[in-house]
Design a protein around this ligand. Structure first.
Ligand code: 26V
Length: 848
């Protein structure tokens, strides 16, 4: 047997002691620590005047406009640039010393939305900026509205990464987020006769005032080619990779300022550029188009965000994106570590890397490759460093969303990595043998390669095996990880899987999105609530205080009037702000069961028509969310919602007691407008299928009552807000598994519920689609014969819960008491709490 690498045997520390810094590097670090003094720009002593002049200067000298010619977008750029200077000041003023340990958060998605209000609020400059702009005759709200959303994510996973970045900066955790600077974020959604249409999103069309381009942080990323082997000394073999193609990754930094401006972290997004802009040989040969072909191919990597989060289509470009950003990020952080500490062997003492789902799982072989090839470590040492630096978060157990890549594709695109994966796997399986586990079924289940339908690399298994800690995102989801997808791997190392229930940043989802509620909270329990969400608990004492309740209800009424105006402006539908606003906002997925909500809407419609004179509780059903462009069934669900909306909204017999609205182009900004106006939050996924949910937390925090299943974080929300303040229905995860195993479940459930049968019949009859009567047969046939998501089974209990909600709404004092208790008891769901738990138990970073 040969040795796996030729590196000289240097001592490797296996403990967690901090290393002595070699003298040469100590000097570099000392130079970096030289104190920074702020440029002595003139100041008037009046912060509003200073801000006004700063904005005027940016408008003139950077944007190149006068107040007379400036458009709203220009005012936004000028304001953002003026604020960015303050962020730089805050950054330079904060502790510049090298932290003992940094967190690196690798995510293919950061759904950050708009940044202006975040930055102003965290710097305490909202009122100063408002007054400065007012001096110039400009309304702050208009300027905020001119900022495009940075929609660099699909949904929950990407938004979680954005909340975590904000929280890490706020709690003073030194961190760098790494991702891709997509030219085009998530597509823009519009409706054409109720059908979803997609258009490219163009957030960078007029540049991005928040970012700093860092051409000095550029890395070469290889693809394809071949691997050579050389015997460098007796029995010592070194392999090296010779890529056929290299692409440049150029850093673009977005500063992330924390609460009260105390800390500033960086979100480093990579842009793909060609090694050479034109192929000169081809150009000179007259092939002018061919000469730029490789550039087009290279730059395609950061061109567009993949708009599906429901199934892997195994496209090569997606794998290229994953490797591109993972390699650039690892090269960057290893270089930073070596510059600061001099010795790559201590990487795990000073860096904790978090893999946000499996999208960066190629980090396992890539970090190994860097350590083996670029730094000459021995295999065992490289493996020690790798598996003590990496950690992996799983965000879904749905089989169709678990990433696997064909071995053949990996061998072609990343031949060296495939070799490393084979070797990791070989050692992993050998280890099983040493523990007496020779049975084929066990080995097949823990292998990094799935051999059952073609040979594919299981990215979840790879990330799991290469990580020190693996976490789920709610208590239930983590339990299911242990008992299902990762059962056998978990048995090998029972301490590896830990739970870290998700959280949300209260700065964005309470303070910025809902200043009226924030003011109420501050008045009731004091300013301290802005720093310590635990103080929200004090609101409990006001839940039945008539004066407070009146103000809380008034606050909600204001938000509902504002949302009603948006609804009318965007859909032409008039809604009554006094009605119950019933909200389901999230990606359109069968497991999230928007269809359950629509079928219940149809049943309610039939009930109203049957008893038109009954005193029905007025409701507005509000939907928002995008379907993946290739997800046919999800797009048909949107169309059904639109067709039902048309019938219901126009029916004089319903007389406004039921309205159905589908707001187009759901986004972070739209969420910020909807959530404070919601009375009811629909969290109705099939139990066991929603890993956590975070919209559920945002809505409950803002005082919406939840109607939900015992799924994901709903269970923990119930535990916090109290079972009497939430409406739970349906089967639990164990019940779902048991019921799926029973034959005939959809048929039995439909037979048992005449109401459900009638609603399905109405949809199937073409009543909502007279121009195409069979349009919704794919939906109704599926429910009648398959119903993978147990909609029919949960329907009756959902109906019961909804009628209970109708009754509860008719008792305003009771309703508002529940709503206030929801707000009061949601503090635990702050992403600050989540980040402290990660810091303690996964990253082992001490917070100062
Ligand atoms: C999966 C895939 C599959 C391959 C194609 C591209 C793609 C893109 C994204 C994903 C990730 C889907 C997983 C996800 O978003 N999970 C959500 O994570 C939230 C944060 O933890 C959690 O609250 C949601 O319950 C969970 O669905």
């Amino acid at each position: 047997m040969h040795v796996l690498n030729e590196a000289p045997t240097l001592p490797v520390t296996v403990d967690d002691k901090v290393h002595e810094m070699p003298a040469a590097h100590a000097a570099t670090v000392a130079a970096a620590k030289a104190p920074w003094t702020k440029p002595a720009l003139p100041t008037s002593g009046d912060p509003v005047v200073d801000m006004r002049e700063a904005i005027r200067a940016k408008l003139a000298y950077v944007v190149g406009k006068t107040p007379a010619t400036a458009r709203e977008r220009d005012w936004f750029a000028a304001t953002a640039l003026a604020l960015r200077d303050r962020i730089v000041d805050a950054c330079m003023a904060s502790d510049q010393s090298v932290p003992n340990k940094r967190v690196y958060y690798l995510s293919l998605e950061f759904l950050i939305g708009r940044l202006l209000s975040d930055a102003m609020n965290n710097l305490g400059l909202v009122e100063t900026t408002r007054a400065a702009l007012a001096d110039l005759g400009i309304d702050l709200g208009t300027v905020e509205g001119a900022e495009p959303d940075a929609a660099l994510g699909n949904g929950g996973l990407g938004r979680l990464a954005a909340c975590f970045m904000e929280s890490m900066a706020s709690i003073g955790l030194p961190a760098v987020g790494y991702g891709i600077r997509y030219d085009h974020g998530l597509f823009r959604q519009s409706f054409e006769d109720g059908w979803q249409r997609e258009a490219p999103e163009t957030w960078l069309a007029e540049g991005n005032p928040w970012e700093f381009v860092r051409p000095e942080a550029t890395y070469a990323i290889g693809f394809g080619g071949h691997v050579t082997m050389a015997m460098v000394s007796e029995g010592v073999i070194r392999r090296s990779w010779h890529p056929a193609e290299t692409i440049r990754a150029v850093a673009h930094d977005v500063p992330v300022v924390g609460w009260r401006g105390r800390n500033v972290n960086t979100l480093r997004l990579w842009k793909a550029e060609a090694d050479a802009p034109v192929d000169l040989a081809r150009f000179n040969g007259g092939d002018h188009v061919g000469a730029v072909a490789s550039r087009v191919r290279a730059e395609a990597i950061s061109r567009v965000l993949y708009p599906s989060d429901s199934s892997t289509d195994g496209q090569e470009l997606r794998l290229r994106q994953e490797y591109f950003f993972t390699s650039a990020s690892l090269q960057d952080l290893v270089r930073r570590h070596v510059t600061e500490r001099g010795d790559v062997r201590s990487l795990h003492h000073h860096a904790a890397i978090q893999l946000n789902d499996t999208h960066p799982a190629i980090a396992v072989p890539e970090l190994m490759r860097i350590l083996l090839e670029d730094h000459g470590l021995l295999w065992e040492d490289a493996w020690h460093v790798t598996t003590n630096t990496l950690n992996y978060t799983n965000h879904t157990l749905l089989p169709e969303a678990l990433e696997t890549w064909p071995v053949e594709l990996m061998e072609r695109l990343l031949p060296r990595h495939m070799q490393i994966i084979y070797l990791i796997n070989w050692m992993h399986l050998e280890e099983q043998g040493r523990h007496g586990r020779h049975d084929a079924a066990h080995l097949a289940s823990v292998s990094l390669i799935d051999e059952s339908h073609g040979r594919r690399v299981r990215m979840g298994h790879l990330a799991f095996h290469g990580s020190r800690r693996v976490n789920g995102v709610s208590a239930l989801h983590t339990d299911l990880m242990r008992s299902t997808v990762f059962r056998d791997l978990h048995a090998l190392d029972p301490d590896k899987i830990v739970n870290k229930t998700n959280g949300i940043t209260f700065r964005r989802w309470l303070h910025n999105a809902n200043p009226a509620l924030t003011r109420l909270a501050v008045e009731a329990v004091g300013e301290g609530v802005l720093d310590d969400p635990g103080k929200l608990r004090g609101l409990d004492a006001f839940a039945e205080d008539p004066a407070f309740v009146a103000r809380y209800a008034g606050m909600r009424r204001g938000r509902k009037e504002a949302l009603a105006a948006i609804i009318t402006e965007r859909t032409g539908i008039a809604v009554d702000p006094a009605a119950l606003f019933d909200v389901q906002i999230k990606r359109i997925h069968e497991y999230k069961r928007q269809l359950l909500n629509i079928v219940e809407t149809v049943a309610l419609y039939q009930a109203i028509k049957a008893e038109p004179h009954k005193d029905w509780t007025p409701r507005v059903k509000i939907f928002g969310g995008k379907a993946a462009p290739s997800y046919t069934q999800a797009k048909l669900i949107i169309k059904l919602a639109a067709d039902v909306a048309r019938a219901v909204n126009d029916d004089p017999e319903v007389a406004d007691r039921l309205k159905v609205v589908f707001l187009p182009n759901y986004s972070v900004s739209l969420a910020e407008a909807i959530i404070p106006a919601a009375d009811l939050s629909e969290q109705i996924s099939t139990a066991g299928m929603e890993a956590s949910g975070t919209g559920n937390m945002k809505l409950a925090l803002n005082g919406a009552l939840t109607v939900g299943t015992l799924d994901g974080a709903n269970i923990e929300i119930r535990d916090h807000v109290g079972a009497e303040n939430i409406f739970i229905f349906g089967l639990d995860a164990a019940g779902v598994q048991a019921r799926i195993a029973e034959p005939n479940y959809p048929r039995d459930a439909i037979l048992a519920s005449p109401r459900l049968a009638a609603a399905l019949d109405m949809i199937a009859s073409g009543r909502f689609s007279p121009e195409e009567p069979n349009r919704f047969r794919p939906l109704t046939d599926d429910l009648r014969h398959r119903d993978q998501y147990l909609l029919t089974v949960d329907f009756e209990d959902y109906w019961r819960a909804q009628r209970e909600i109708d009754v509860a709404w008719r008792n305003p004092a009771g309703w508002w008491a529940k709503a206030i208790r929801n707000t009061a008891r949601m503090a635990w769901f702050s992403s600050d709490r989540a980040m402290r738990e990660y810091a303690d138990e996964i990253w082992r970073v001490r917070l100062t």
